[in-house]
Ligand binder design. Structure first.
Ligand SMILES: Cc1cc2nc3c(=O)[nH]c(=O)nc-3n(C[C@H](O)[C@H](O)[C@H](O)COP(=O)(O)OP(=O)(O)OC[C@H]3O[C@@H](n4cnc5c(N)ncnc54)[C@H](O)[C@@H]3O)c2cc1C
Length: 403
């Protein structure tokens, strides 16, 4: 018979949200078990393949204002938190360079108009710089003569995702985190079979939590997907002949790509975004598009060595926003919907989720109030069918307290 071990919190899933939450809770003195279907390298997570760009202004060209706000708050948290990890993690805030080929210049006004419509005006004012050809060459000397114009989004960042995942885990383990790897497909109800008893369960399984996020059926009896996967493909190359210093985005009507330089001459070239749950290997078309676009940006990518062709699915809610779902009766908190912005927004989102978890541990409804700076409308979704909630704290959370 499996001996039962008791914890304050069981975190399901050791991808981005799971590792960050486990680290956060352990450091607050909470006894945490982290349970993952795969191994410690996180290779089954979206977090592992991501480019990990932290670019609130660039994302405002396709995202809502609240993602920009969560992103700005989160980058401040990354700056502080990464310094607190014993292992150094590559983190850069040297901006994003945006370029385009002359025939694609109509893309530029679409991109900047959207940023101006969504991002706070002061952010646009501070960060957006128009460059001529000399300006592009000053920022990235190897692109001299290749682009007559560009944009520099000053202060935009990126980090080494795999280094961050490693460092967060090592630090949390050194502070007492208990890990269970290769646990198979776990859900909250399967913890007793693993010998785990927990006061609260924090579900961070990304797309693996899909069934827990099912929406109620509509009037025609159709169940709507509350969480879907959006296929993304990226290539990792080793390119010692290329010296780019910051992420570069190439505007293009069909193949908009980014190239994010990582330590040791590695470059992440991405990413496709395909409305599909397909997790089969990368298509030839996507590989051709990504690699051709990189080669058109800088011919020295022709001699790069392809290390990985990666595919993952971004966990995405119908409104493309993150949410925290709280079930007071079963004491399960679920955080999900990080979509294509996970690395950008996870610190603020997981910090809010950890506030809710700690309030449940303390049985203190008042403590459910997430600090103002971490709130966004619709952030917390109480599981309303729970009768015991009728007039309780979670009813407040879903309505009056969080706007
Ligand atoms: C191609 C690509 C590029 C990206 N680029 C960026 C970027 O540049 N910037 C940015 O901000 N974001 C980026 N993202 C988004 C970011 O990676 C995701 O938003 C983020 O990883 C989601 O975090 P998560 O913890 O919810 O899920 P994941 O990171 O996927 O982690 C979920 C974990 O749960 C585990 N799990 C699942 N089911 C179970 C189960 N039943 N039992 C136990 N464990 C389970 C999985 O194995 C996994 O380890 C990118 C994503 C992709 C796919």
């Amino acid at each position: 018979m499996t001996a039962v071990q008791s914890f304050d919190v069981a975190v399901l899933g050791a991808g981005l949200a799971g590792r960050l939450s486990a680290w956060h809770l352990v450091r607050a003195g909470v006894r945490v078990a982290l349970i993952e279907r795969g191994g410690p390298d996180g290779s089954g997570s979206a977090a592992h393949v991501a480019a990990a760009m932290l670019a609130p202004l660039a994302e405002s060209a396709i995202a809502e204002r609240r993602i920009v706000d969560l992103g700005i708050a989160s980058v401040d948290l990354w700056r502080t938190w990464l310094k607190e990890l014993p292992e150094p993690v590559f983190f850069q805030e040297d901006g994003t360079l945006v370029v385009w080929h002359a025939r694609d210049r109509s893309e530029v006004s679409l991109f900047t108009n959207r940023m101006r419509a969504v991002a706070p005006p002061e952010l646009v004012q501070q960060r957006l710089r128009a460059l001529d050809g000399k300006g592009v060459a000053d920022v990235e000397p190897e692109l001299a003569g290749r682009f007559g114009q560009g944009l520099l989004l000053q202060g935009e960042g990126q980090l080494d995702n795999r280094g961050a995942m490693r460092a967060l885990l090592a630090c949390a383990i050194s502070e007492g985190l208990h890990c269970i790897w290769e646990a198979g497909e776990v859900e909250a109800s399967s913890l007793p079979a693993l010998g785990i008893r927990a006061n609260v369960v924090l579900d961070c399984r990304g797309l693996g939590a899909r069934t827990a996020w099912a929406e109620p059926e509509d009037e025609n009896g159709r169940a709507l997907p509350g969480l879907r996967g959006l296929r993304g493909e990226v290539v990792r190359v080793h390119a010692p002949d290329v010296k780019l210093h910051r992420p570069v985005r190439l505007l293009h009507p069909r193949y908009p790509i980014y190239i994010a330089p990582k330590p040791n001459d590695l470059y992440v070239i991405g990413a496709t975004e395909i409305e599909s749950e397909d997790e089969s290997p990368m298509s030839v078309r996507s590989a051709l598009e990504l690699l051709s676009a990189a080669h058109s940006l800088h011919p020295a990518f022709g001699e790069a060595r392809v290390l990985e062709l990666n595919v993952q699915r971004r966990p995405t809610r119908p409104d493309h926003l993150p949410a925290i779902r709280v079930d007071q009766a079963t004491r399960v908190v679920r955080v999900n919907g990080l979509y294509r912005h996970g690395w950008l927004i996870a610190p603020a989102v997981t910090e809010a989720a950890c506030h809710v978890v700690r309030a449940m541990l303390e049985d203190d409804p008042a403590a459910h109030a997430v600090p103002d700076a971490l709130r966004w409308p619709g952030m917390i979704q109480p599981v309303r069918e729970v009768a015991s909630l009728a007039s309780g704290a979670l009813a407040d959370i879903g309505t009056g307290m969080l706007h």
